[in-house]
Design a protein around this ligand. Structure first.
Ligand code: SF4
Length: 413
C-alpha cells in the first residue's frame, strides 16, 4: 500500500509517472479522449508532499526525455488487460534505465495483479482505486488538453457478465457535488453508470447553472447511459440537455426483445431536445448475442434514426489483442479473441455494417455506397442520387448498400 508515511519514510524527492504507449488514437475511437487520470491524481497527491513530478508517454526516447530528471520511484499506469504488452514494455525500459522501484496501477494491474507482477517484472502492483488521491483535482498542468475527466461515481449498481467494474470498484459510491472540481470548459464523464449516481439531479443542476454562466461549454459521457434509470426518471433527459450533454449514448447490451424499452429510452432523449442522429445505442458484440440478432438490433436502431457505438468484447483476462481491421484475408483466434458464437468474418462484417449505418445516419442518406464515399463515381451522379431511396439508387450505383435490412453472413445464409 502506498501511504503518506511510506512515501515520507522513503525520502522520495522525484517521481516519474509513465503512460505506456497505448494505441489509443490509432485503435480506439471509444477512448480518443483518454487521459492517464489516475497518474494526474497521483501527481496532485505527490506534489502536496513536495515531491517533484514528471509525466511522460513512454516511447523509445525514454532516456532523452528524462535526462534532466532522475526519479526515486516510477509509477506506471495500465489500462485494458489485452494491452498488457505496452505496460511490460514501459516497465522493462524503466527498470533498465533507472535503478528504482517501479509501481504499476490501473485496470490491468487491478484485474490481474499476479499476472501483472510476473509478466511486467515491476516491483509492486497497486490494485484498486488509490484512495488518498481519489478526491484530489487531477494535475492538468501535466497535459495539454482543453477538457477534463470527472468521475461522479465509483462502481456500478449492476453486475453484468462482461464487465469487470465490480472487481475493481466493488462499492458503489456517489458524489453529491462536483462544481468545485470544474477547471475546464469541456467535461468528459468517466462514470461507469452516471445516471445511477444517487445525487444525479443535483449534479445535473450544478452543470446547468455552470452552462448558463458560460463556465462550461459541453459535457459528454464516455459510457452509455443506463436507460432503465432514464425510464424511471424521464425528467433526467431534459436535465442532461440543459446541462450541455452532447452525443448521448443508450446502452443496449440485452437481446432484441428489449427493442421497445430502447425505443422508449430514445424517445425520452428526443423529447428532451436531442436529435436522433446525435444519439447512439452502445452495443457489445462478439459476445453471447450472435451476429444475426446483433444485425436485427442494428436495424432497429436504423428505424429509430440513431447511430451505433460499438464495443468488441474481449474477456477480462485476455492479455493480447492483435485484431487488424485491414487484414483482408482474415485472422484467427491466435490473433485475437473470437467468441464461440461468432466468426472472424462476422466480426468484420458487423463492423462494416455499423460504419456504413453510421455514415447514412450522419449524412441523412437512405443508402451507403463505398464508391461514392471514395469519390469513384461522377460527382454529378452522386449529387443527383444523394436523396433517393435505396431501390432507386441501386439501379445506378452498383455498390449501394441498404441500412434498413439485416445483412446475413454470406457464409451461413
Ligand atoms: S451497467 Fe455497465 S458498468 Fe454497470 S456492470 Fe453493467 S456493463 Fe458494467
Amino acid at each position: 500500500m502506498i501511504t503518506k508515511k511510506l512515501i515520507k519514510r522513503s525520502n522520495i524527492k522525484h517521481a516519474l509517472l509513465v503512460e505506456p504507449n497505448f494505441p489509443i488514437a490509432k485503435k480506439s475511437r471509444n477512448h480518443h479522449d483518454f487521459l492517464p487520470i489516475g497518474l494526474l491524481k497521483i501527481s496532485s497527491y505527490l506534489k502536496s508532499l513536495d515531491i517533484n513530478v514528471k509525466l511522460i508517454r513512454y516511447d523509445e526516447d525514454l532516456v532523452n526525455e528524462t535526462k534532466d530528471f532522475k526519479p526515486d520511484v516510477v509509477f506506471v499506469t495500465s489500462l485494458f488487460t489485452y494491452w498488457s504488452n505496452f505496460v511490460k514494455e514501459a516497465v522493462e525500459s524503466c527498470k533498465k534505465n533507472f535503478n528504482v522501484p517501479v509501481i504499476v496501477g490501473g485496470i490491468y494491474a487491478s484485474l490481474m495483479t499476479e499476472h501483472c507482477k510476473e509478466f511486467t517484472g515491476c516491483d509492486y502492483v497497486y490494485s484498486g482505486v488509490f484512495e488518498e488521491a481519489e478526491n484530489l483535482i487531477p494535475d492538468y498542468d501535466l497535459v495539454d488538453v482543453d477538457y477534463q475527466i470527472i468521475h461522479t461515481t465509483r462502481g456500478c449498481i449492476r453486475k453484468c457478465d462482461a464487465c469487470g467494474v465490480y472487481e475493481i470498484e466493488p462499492k458503489f459510491l456517489s458524489k453529491k457535488s462536483i462544481k468545485k472540481e470544474i477547471v475546464k470548459k469541456k467535461i468528459v464523464f468517466y462514470d461507469n453508470n452516471l445516471l445511477a449516481n444517487r445525487f444525479i439531479e443535483n449534479i445535473l443542476n450544478e452543470l446547468r447553472e455552470l452552462k448558463i454562466e458560460k463556465k462550461i461549454s459541453y459535457c459528454e459521457s464516455q459510457s452509455g447511459f443506463d436507460g432503465r434509470v432514464l425510464i424511471k426518471k424521464p425528467y433526467l433527459g431534459k436535465l442532461l440537455k440543459e446541462a450541455g450533454f452532447k452525443n448521448p449514448k443508450i446502452a443496449w447490451d440485452g437481446s432484441i426483445d428489449e427493442k421497445e424499452d430502447i425505443e422508449n429510452q430514445i424517445n425520452i432523449l428526443v423529447e428532451s431536445g436531442f436529435k436522433p442522429s446525435e444519439i447512439s445505442v452502445f452495443v457489445l458484440y462478439n459476445f453471447e448475442i450472435p451476429y444475426d440478432e446483433m444485425e436485427a438490433k442494428r436495424v432497429e436502431a436504423w428505424k429509430y434514426g440513431v447511430q451505433i457505438s460499438d464495443c468488441r468484447f474481449r474477456p477480462l483476462d485476455s492479455t493480447f489483442d492483435n485484431y487488424n481491421s485491414h487484414k483482408r484475408e482474415g485472422q484467427s483466434i491466435k490473433d485475437y479473441y473470437i467468441h464461440p458464437k461468432w466468426s472472424d468474418g462476422e466480426i468484420r462484417l458487423f463492423r462494416r455494417n455499423i460504419r456504413s449505418h453510421n455514415i447514412c445516419v450522419r449524412l441523412g442518406t437512405k443508402y451507403y455506397s463505398p464508391s461514392a464515399e471514395r469519390k469513384r463515381i461522377p460527382i454529378v451522379l452522386a449529387k443527383k442520387f444523394r436523396d433517393v431511396d435505396y431501390t432507386t439508387a441501386k439501379k445506378y450505383i452498383k455498390d449501394a448498400w441498404d441500412p434498413a435490412i439485416c445483412h446475413k453472413n454470406p457464409l451461413t445464409r
